[in-house]
Design a protein around this ligand. Structure first.
Ligand code: B12
Length: 359
């Protein structure tokens, strides 16, 4: 019986069920937790149970992704991330283990034994494993001295609310001959990762993080406009982040770099429903669909987007990427993509292989 649960089809079924019932299961686990663990109940006072309900609904969705793609590490990593976030905000981390125990209790009641055995193993591993999180570690600025100085200057200008200074520093660097790809990957992206880390540590506010986002988007447009693209070679990439994912700067980097390499890049942005993404590929005559997902909970939406693109009358190669795949390295195969790339340089190389220039 236990073996059956490990078959891809039964994992997908279990994952579907967890997603469909995520809210209900999260709320039941929150009641269980608040009834038996008064300290946890107080942690989010004055809204103890509803706050835990939201947290645990998210846990069920993360668990569903780990089950679907046989990637317990992705769940463990999400719990590590949550532990760090609790710790820096002064909430006792042991509540996370208690909340997972409450969730386990509810799932033991609600799932058939063979399904429960699978999720219990993932929950137990996440509850025991020591915290591994980049959050409290070193900064993510580039190890190359020249770029890390430029990244740091960009970051400081942004944190001081000065977008013209941020823009001027990047322009000066580009004028020394540094190409757009390096500015994106060695200056802007590391600054964003560092901003994310500072936000996670509770050291910067949501306003600061949002200002950084809008400033980076402005600077990316400037960098792109100053760069000279290779002549158009007729290939078209349609690039987007999946429904539910509000991050789009990573996939925008890929679209811009392909445009500089001679492609026509149709960048649709964030949070694109599967059918709209496929419609974009069809209407803009895409030769390649570049699909991005940031969090493991967005992976099922990638699968839906792939299914929609596959339903088009013409077969279009699909390249997927984004940090969601970091902990789920084989998910792209399971979901039927043609290729996956981790970083911008790999993405451009892989796109060139999937759709060679001579077409
Ligand atoms: C800016 C930002 C936001 C902005 C996004 C705005 C926008 N228009 O993009 C906003 C404010 C919307 C946001 C929201 C949230 N965010 Co946010 N965000 C970030 C931040 C700071 C930068 C993201 C970024 O652009 N990085 C730079 C790009 C270049 O990197 P990248 O996306 O990884 O892309 C590269 C590769 O992955 C790859 N790639 C990407 N896409 C594709 C596609 C293809 C086809 C290929 C081949 C390759 C590829 O190539 C890119 C270049 O190398 C990150 C920090 C970080 N470490 O990235 C957090 C981060 C991703 N966010 C995080 C979180 C938690 C959230 C929220 C859940 C917060 C909240 N509670 O509301 C929400 C989620 C909203 C949602 N439903 O999606 C966490 C995720 C942690 C986790 N594992 O759970 C991070 C890591 C911050 C942190 N350190 O805690 N966020």
């Amino acid at each position: 019986m236990k073996q059956r649960t490990h078959q891809p089809e039964s994992r997908l079924l279990l994952s579907e069920m967890l997603l469909a019932r995520a809210r209900e299961l999260g709320e039941a686990a929150a009641h269980e937790l608040c009834a038996h663990c008064p300290e946890a109940r107080e942690a989010f006072a004055p809204l103890p149970c509803s706050k835990w309900g939201e947290q645990l609904q998210g846990r069920v969705q993360e668990l569903a992704a780990a089950v679907a793609y046989d990637a317990p590490e992705s769940f463990v990593a999400q719990i590590g991330w949550a532990r760090s976030a609790f710790k820096v905000r002064g909430v006792c981390c042991s509540h996370i283990a208690s909340s997972l125990a409450a969730l386990s209790k509810v799932l033991a009641r609600e799932l058939p034994p063979e399904d429960f055995a699978l999720v219990e193993a993932i929950l137990a591993r996440a509850a025991c494993e020591p915290v591994v999180s980049g959050c409290e570690g070193e900064s993510s600025l580039s190890s190359d001295a020249a770029f890390s100085a430029a990244s740091a200057e960009f970051l400081v200008a942004v944190l001081e609310g000065d977008r013209l200074r941020a823009s001027d520093g990047v322009r000066a660097l580009q004028e020394t001959g540094v190409d757009a790809a390096l500015i994106y990957t060695e200056v802007l992206a590391p600054s964003l990762c560092e901003l994310g880390r500072l936000w996670h540590l509770g050291e910067i506010s949501v306003a600061e993080e949002h200002f950084a986002t809008t400033t980076t988007q402005m600077v990316m447009s400037e960098v792109r406009a100053r760069a000279t693209p290779a002549p158009r070679d007729g290939r078209v990439v349609v690039a987007a982040s999946v429904e539910g994912d509000n991050h789009d700067m990573g996939v925008r980097v890929i679209a811009d770099l392909l445009e500089l390499a001679g492609w026509r890049a149709v960048f649709l942005g964030a949070n694109i429903p599967a059918d709209e993404l496929a419609g974009g590929v069809r209407d803009f005559g895409g030769d390649l669909a570049a699909i991005s997902a940031t969090l493991p909970v967005h992976l099922r939406a990638v699968e839906a987007a792939i299914a929609s693109v596959r339903a088009l009358p013409v077969r279009v190669p699909i390249l997927v990427g984004g940090s969601a795949f970091g902990q789920c390295p084989d998910a792209w195969r399971a979901m039927g993509a043609d290729a996956h790339a981790l970083c911008a340089a790999d993405a451009v190389r892989t796109a060139e292989q999937l759709v060679p220039r001579s077409r």
